[in-house]
Design a protein around this ligand. Structure first.
Ligand SMILES: [Zn+2]
Length: 282
């Protein structure tokens, strides 16, 4: 059921299917399959089911001039502390009267990376691949050939900078990249956004830049370039990276099956720390 629903959702996203169309499809499928099926009857229930997978994201209101986030201790503020602009847009009805509805002027979409990093280690196959950068066999390949960032000097410099971090092959090495996008058209539309991606570089070359291993962490809205205020929007991600730096417990399904790989920390749990090695477009 979960497989079917996730594939249906993927088809919806790929072909940009309308919500009403999705509901019609699920209704038709429900009619032709045996009546004791457990398929969700519409998009609402399908989304509810997928939410259980932990793919949740957070919507954080941002000052229209990108000075600050209305987040944590500032969550209750109605205007920006720096420029005084309102957090909300005033909505008017057809008669031009103000309506008492709060619509945020700008929002940041934030998808936490810790649950996704933890999930990598829940799959035995992927957990094994996360050690590739350290445990791979070079075979006939020359030491001079660079096939992965692990062959580069920057990676080796990080190993020297923190030998304790480098000792465990599962210590996650993260890359971070962002760039401005103008969706739907090339230059005519002034609208743009900055997706921020996180990539775990532990994986082998054939996996590391596959879609499923490039995590979208933030969607920062434009339209104008944020300049130094890009830092403001990166705040939730930086907080999470700091949390990872002090250590986060995760279950390693590969170590559990193979006693040779008993982690040096505590039993079948391990603590990993990330390290950003690539900054692009910032
Ligand atoms: Zn402001």
């Amino acid at each position: 059921m979960l497989d079917t629903v996730s594939r249906l959702m993927a088809i919806k996203s790929k072909h940009n299917i309308l919500n009403s169309c999705f509901n019609d499809i699920t209704e038709l499928v429900s009619e032709v399959i045996p009546s004791d099926h457990k398929l969700p009857k519409n998009l609402y229930f399908a989304k509810k089911m997928m939410a259980g997978l932990g793919m949740k994201y957070e919507k954080i209101d941002v000052c229209p001039s990108n000075c600050m986030l209305f987040w944590r201790e500032d969550d209750k503020l109605g205007t920006c502390r720096h420029c005084g602009k309102s957090r909300y847009i005033q909505v008017k009805n057809e008669a031009g009267e103000n309506v008492n509805i709060t619509v945020p002027a700008k929002q940041l979409r934030y998808m936490p990376i810790i649950p996704r990093l933890k999930r990598l280690f829940l799959s035995m196959k992927i957990a094994k691949s996360m050690r590739w950068h350290k445990e791979r066999k070079r075979g006939s390949q020359s030491e001079d050939v660079m096939v992965h960032p692990a062959d580069g000097d920057a990676w080796k410099a990080l190993d020297e900078f923190d030998p304790e971090f480098a000792r465990d092959p599962r210590s996650v090495r993260l890359g971070l990249a962002t760039d401005g996008f103008t969706p739907f058209s090339t230059s005519a539309s002034p609208y743009s956004y900055w997706p921020v991606f996180i990539m775990p570089y532990n994986l082998p070359p054939e996996m590391v830049l596959k879609d499923e291993f490039i995590f979208l962490a933030l969607v920062i809205l434009g339209p104008e370039h944020l300049g130094k205020n890009l830092n403001v929007s990166l705040h939730p991600l930086i907080e999470e990276l700091k949390q990872l730096w002090t250590g986060v417990k995760a279950y390693d399904s590969y170590a559990k099956k193979n006693l040779t790989y008993v982690p040096h920390t505590s039993g079948q749990y391990m603590i990993y720390r990330p390290m950003a090695i690539l900054l692009d477009g910032l």
